[in-house]
Every structure is written in C-alpha cells, then in structure tokens.
Design a binder for this molecule. Structure first.
Ligand SMILES: [Zn+2]
Length: 228
C-alpha cells in the first residue's frame, strides 16, 4: 500500500499565523473532508457566470434524499474547472441568453458506493460506474450540467436530469426524433450544451445528455486523485 503524506504550510487569514495541515493520501486518494487543503481542487464558487444546483445535495434525485450532507461537494479538479471556464467563455460569445448550470460535480467514492447499492437488483446499474472501477466524478473530472435561460429556467432537454431511460441517450436522438419522442428543439438544446462543453475540452457519453468527462477516462483513473 502506497502512503503519501503531504504537508502544506498555510497562512490562517484571521490570525495571520502559519498553520500546518497534514493531508494523508493512501493509493492516491483523499478524503473529501480534506479537499479544501489540496491545491489541485477548486470550489465551484470560483467559476464565474455559472449557477450550481447539486441535486445529490438535495432530496431532488432518484434516491430521494440528500446524499452529500454534511459534506460540501461543490468542487472540481482544477483541470475540469479550467475546462468549464472555457465552455462558459465560448457560450457567452455565442449566446448571450443562456448559461450553464452544474447539477453534479465532485461525487465522493462513498456516495458512488451508496448509489450503486441503491440500484442493486434494477436494470439501472448501466447508468452508474461500478465503484470498484470508479466514477470520473469521484476524481472531480466529470460534471453533470444543463443550460438555463436568463430567468434561470432550465432549457427543455426532453427529459429531466437523471431520467434513466433511452430518451436520455444522445446516441438515440435521431431515432427518438423520428418517433416523435424528442422534438427538434430539444435536440438543438442538447447540441448547444454539447458544443459548449466540447469547446471547453469535455467529452460527452452516449447514454446521458447531461454527463461530460474532462479528458481521457483511463488517464484520469490512473493518474488523478480519487476523493473518498
Ligand atoms: Zn455524471
């Protein structure tokens, strides 16, 4: 077992006295409780011109309860945060009337395990990364995201976030349009979201219109710090 102990010398703003924080990392992992002390991670509040509504930090998710409390999960790896800023800049230039709303960002491994347990025995497991392999969310390198208009209303994407049905699958949009299960406008909204995220450096997936990974998934799993 690899054990890394990092020491950060930090200055406490209130007392102006130097304090030392020790971060204990095992096999390149870090407890969410220590994330604010790790230089690789950025809080979502540091990203301008987005809104944040973390659904797993509320009862408005498919489990029906807050999975994050009392922990603050409004974090991303700095690489994903920079990519998101590029997506924001592109969208601002292209469209002054819509902006990005983050629905999920950093999802600790312990929450991934709780979701995995909640979906056992259902055919919905295909929508979730096996916690043994790990979700890219748990590295702060994935976001679930949508678009909102100037009054803060989410654009119609054809399904709500976490609608675990084929209507959420970007790969099936042409067939769903042909069957009148999605409208051309709903697909245009999704395409605008994909265009913005692609300009930032994110890559979408075939089964969820709201999910985007930052960079190569295998590289993230092998090189980045997993948050427990
Ligand atoms: Zn996701």
């Amino acid at each position: 077992m690899q054990l890394n102990i990092l020491s950060n010398n930090m200055t406490d703003c209130k007392t102006n006295q130097a304090t030392t924080t020790t971060i204990i990392m095992i096999n390149n992992t870090l407890a969410i409780e220590s994330i604010a002390t790790h230089p690789d991670f950025r809080h979502l509040a540091s990203i301008a011109d987005i809104s944040v509504d973390l659904r797993y930090a509320s009862p408005h998710n498919f489990v029906g309860r807050d999975l994050y409390a009392p922990v603050d999960c409004a974090w991303l790896h700095q690489h994903a945060a920079q990519s998101l800023e590029r997506a924001v800049a592109w969208l601002k230039q292209e469209r002054g009337d819509v902006s990005l709303r983050v629905l999920d960002a950093l999802r600790p491994q312990r929450v991934q395990e709780a979701l995995w347990a909640a979906l056992q025995g259902t055919d919905l497991l295909m929508y979730l990364a096996n916690p043994v392999r790990g979700s890219i969310h748990s590295f702060g390198m994935a976001v679930d995201i949508t678009l909102v208009d100037l009054s803060g209303h989410e654009l119609d994407m054809g399904t709500p976030f976490d609608d675990l049905s084929e209507r959420s699958h970007p790969a099936k949009e042409a067939a769903l349009l042909a069957k009148n299960e999605l409208t051309a406008q709903q697909i245009r909204h999704r395409q605008l979201l994909r265009d913005a995220m692609r300009h930032g450096g994110f890559v979408g997936i075939s089964s969820e219109w709201w999910h985007f990974d930052c960079g190569d998934r295998d590289l993230v799993r092998s090189e980045y710090t997993r948050i427990l």
